[in-house]
Design a binder for this molecule. Structure first.
Ligand code: CTP
Ligand code: CA
Length: 224
């Protein structure tokens, strides 16, 4: 089912991609975060640029070099990622949310390093804004693609996210499978849309990114 990679299928399109984890500060030296190397998002940015798109990559902390011809916007927290995404919205035809955004952040950030004075401690967390859902509900809505990292009922949960967040496509990722996802160089996914689902077998994130870019390009309406 792999679609051949073709150059130029996204020429003239502006693409925004979120990638990597976010960091939510607890105090000046500590944070809450997610497992994420950023590799999938960076590979998508590279593939989209190779397909002729003008790409902005909004990245949380990741130790990867930005791909050639890609504009990199570095952010730390989910709120900063949302602000950066909203800034791009006016000129974005396609938005791909590959970031592993922290769902919660500490309700307050301690000004000084918290000392280990107690046997137990509790940190109160509040929900972060949902970046891809915010983008998808914007009046100048780009074609919006999300990921779904799941450990069970992968397709069911992915379809739930497609509907709830009003996304055009969800790339469903079974993160419980050994050898794929997170820090791995390989991944296997199912691309879920309202009327269809398509499995892409395990391959390098580099090849997968090219296949995904082609699939997405086919679905982008002309002049969208
Ligand atoms: N996402 C986002 N902003 C958030 C949380 C998630 O933009 N605050 C995006 C991710 O980048 C991904 C998609 O939403 O494209 C799904 O992320 P995921 O963590 O799988 O789903 P959640 O909606 O956060 O639900 P849950 O973690 O409860 O499964
Ligand atoms: Ca989440």
């Amino acid at each position: 089912c792999a679609t051949e990679f073709e150059q130029g299928t996204l020429s003239g399109q502006q693409v925004c991609i979120t990638a990597g984890p976010t960091r939510e500060a607890i105090d000046p030296v500590r944070y809450i975060s997610n497992h994420s190397s950023g590799k999938m998002g960076y590979a998508l940015a590279e593939a989209a640029a190779e397909a002729g798109a003008k790409v902005t990559l909004i990245s949380g902390p990741a130790s990867l070099a930005p791909p050639p011809r890609v504009e990199l916007v570095r952010v730390d927290s989910a709120q900063e990622m949302l602000d950066a995404a909203e800034k791009q919205l006016g000129n974005c035809d396609l938005f791909i949310a590959a970031a592993a955004v922290a769902d919660y952040r500490p309700a307050s950030v301690a000004e000084q390093k918290i000392k280990k004075n107690n046997e137990q401690m509790t940190i109160e967390l509040v929900k972060n804004p949902d970046i891809v859902a915010t983008v998808a509900s914007h009046p100048q809505r780009p074609f919006t693609v999300g990921f779904a990292a799941e450990t069970e009922k992968v397709i069911e949960h992915a379809r739930g996210k497609l509907e709830r967040k009003k996304l055009d496509l969800v790339i469903a990722n079974d993160v419980a499978q050994p050898g794929i996802g997170f820090n791995s160089d390989e991944n296997a996914v199912t691309v879920v849309s309202a009327d269809d689902q398509q499995r892409i077998d395990q391959t390098s994130k580099h090849k997968l990114a090219r296949t995904l870019v082609e699939l997405i390009a086919q679905r982008l309406k002309p002049n969208n």
